[in-house]
Each structure stands twice: as C-alpha cells, then as structure tokens.
Design a protein around this ligand. Structure first.
Ligand code: PMP
Length: 282
C-alpha cells in the first residue's frame, strides 16, 4: 500500500512520524474518514469542510489547501487502485519537544492512507448489526473530530466482547450516538435522530440522508430519544461514511423489527448507495 506522509507518497513500511508528534503525545490532532465507491470519493467536499471546521475550533492551521487535499485523496486512490474502501486523513499539531501550549513555527503533520474493504455489499446489511448500550464517557466537545478516541475504543471493545458491532452511548438518560456512527430510530414514515450540538459529531452521512429526505418519502423529527424508546422502535439504524445506512436488528439483546432489517432502512440504504456511487449528495 502507498500512503501519504508530510508531502511524500511512500510504501507503508517506509512512512514514519516523529515520536514527538503531538498527535501521538497529546492526541492533539483531528481526522476524517471518507468512503470510496467504484473508485470515486463520496461527499469529499463535505468531509473536508468538517475537517476545516475541526481545525478552526482547535486553532490548528491545516498544512495545505482544500484543493491540495482533494488531489492527495485522488492520487492515493489511483496509486492503490482503490475501487472500494475508505481513506483516513489525520492532521496533528506537528512534532515539538513535549510541552502543552501550542509550539511556535511548527508545521502540522499530515498523514493519509487507504483501506480496501467491501462495505456496499457487506453481509451485515442483510442481517443488520447488533448494538449494546454503554455510558458515554467522552469529553464535552464531540463536535470536533479529535483523534482522542479512548472512550470510543473502550465502547467498541465492550461491544465486541458482547458479540455486537456497535455501542450506543447513553448520557442523561438519552442516546447520544454510536461510538463511530449516528443513531436513528424509525416510527412509521418518520426518522428520528437527535439535534446537533457539542455533544455529538455532525455526521456527513446524517446530512446526506436529510438531503434526500423528500425523495425517500420520509419526514424527520429532530429530537433526543431514550434507550427504552429505541428498544420499542419499529426500526433502528446507524449512519456513517463506511457503514452507509446500516440496519440495527438487536439492541442489548432485544430484537428490533423482529430481528430483521426494516423496509425504511433498506430503502434509505438503497437511495444512499445510488447517490454514493455517483460521488455523493453533498
Ligand atoms: N459519530 C461519531 C462519534 C463518529 O465517529 C462518526 C464517524 N465519523 C459519526 C458519528 C458518523 O459520521 P460520518 O457520517 O461523517 O461518517
């Protein structure tokens, strides 16, 4: 695999980052994950807009322009012959001797790599995924896509140990979001997901689903929901760049929609896949 690190395209074995990199030492960095389908980037501009916002919120100057970032994505797709998979991008506040305040005159580190994976035709889309609930242990600015992912790592490990693929995090009696996805429930023709705030990451796939709402024939109710309401919902699903729209068929061992993907989720996944194959909606 050819990866990108600070201006160079290198075989992954040759790519290195300083041990003093602030992403490594402090988790002082941000990231994005975008999907590639049929060799095309999906909703790339929206992901880069969110990256720019995350950078602004932590006072980090990106080392290159949006156009240059798009070009690096394209170059990696082509050098790796990537047809389907994801691209991970990380920017950290660079390498400097360990000291908390921002270092002066240090350039941000930029790393990108591809991961080939089949997510459009994954068998999980047919069976749905299992979700377990867990307390939300994250910090107070989850709208920033920070590389500090210890709480989501622990939540996903808890899910894995319980035979589940995702954890829904609970705070103040309501579901915040998945460890790496937006949480939704369905009632009739209504899709329900919580409002954006500092408590959740503004999902790009969430915005995409809302962009084709009229076309899909659903309405949106933007509000919080409890775990009990989710257990009782007609359908539940998650969205993210790499899960697309993924049915949730079990929550804490309770079957949702009799343990099979529901019609609303199946329809939304189809519509999103159609758009995604053309490069996205945003
Ligand atoms: N919430 C969290 C905490 C996430 O990590 C992700 C995945 N990036 C999402 C939501 C979904 O965001 P997106 O649709 O942009 O992938």
């Amino acid at each position: 695999r050819i990866v990108y690190v600070n201006g160079a395209y290198l075989p992954e074995e040759e790519a290195t980052i300083s041990i003093f990199d602030r992403g490594f030492i402090f988790g002082d960095g941000i990231y994005e994950v975008s999907a590639v389908l049929g060799g095309k980037l999906v909703d790339c501009e929206a992901h880069l807009a969110r990256l720019e916002r995350s950078a602004g919120e932590i006072g980090l100057e990106l080392p290159c322009s949006r156009a240059e970032l798009v070009a690096i994505h394209q170059e990696l797709i082509s050098r790796n012959n990537l047809d389907e998979g994801s691209i991970y991008l990380q920017v950290s506040r660079g390498a400097a001797d360990r000291d908390f305040p921002f270092p002066k005159g240090v350039k941000a580190s930029l790393v990108l790599f591809t991961q080939a994976r089949q997510f459009a035709n994954t068998p999980l889309a047919k069976t749905g995924i299992k979700v377990v609930s867990t307390p939300d242990l994250r910090w107070a600015r989850r709208d920033i896509k920070s590389v500090n992912l210890l709480a989501p790592v622990l939540a996903k490990q808890f899910a894995a140990e319980n035979g589940a693929q995702e954890a829904w995090m609970i705070e103040d009696g309501v579901v915040t979001e998945g460890a790496s996805s937006t949480a939704w429930i369905v009632k009739g023709k209504t899709l329900i997901s919580r409002p954006l705030s500092h408590k959740v990451l503004p999902g790009i796939t969430r915005t995409a689903v809302l962009a084709f709402l009229a076309e899909s024939g659903f309405t949106f109710e933007e509000r919080e929901f409890t775990l009990e309401e989710a257990l009782d919902a007609e359908e539940a699903f998650i969205t993210s760049a790499t899960s697309l729209v993924m049915p949730v068929t079990t929550i804490d061992g309770h079957s949702i929609h009799n343990g099979a993907p529901g019609p609303a989720t199946i329809r939304l996944r189809e519509i999103y896949l159609d758009h995604a194959r053309k490069g996205g909606v945003l």
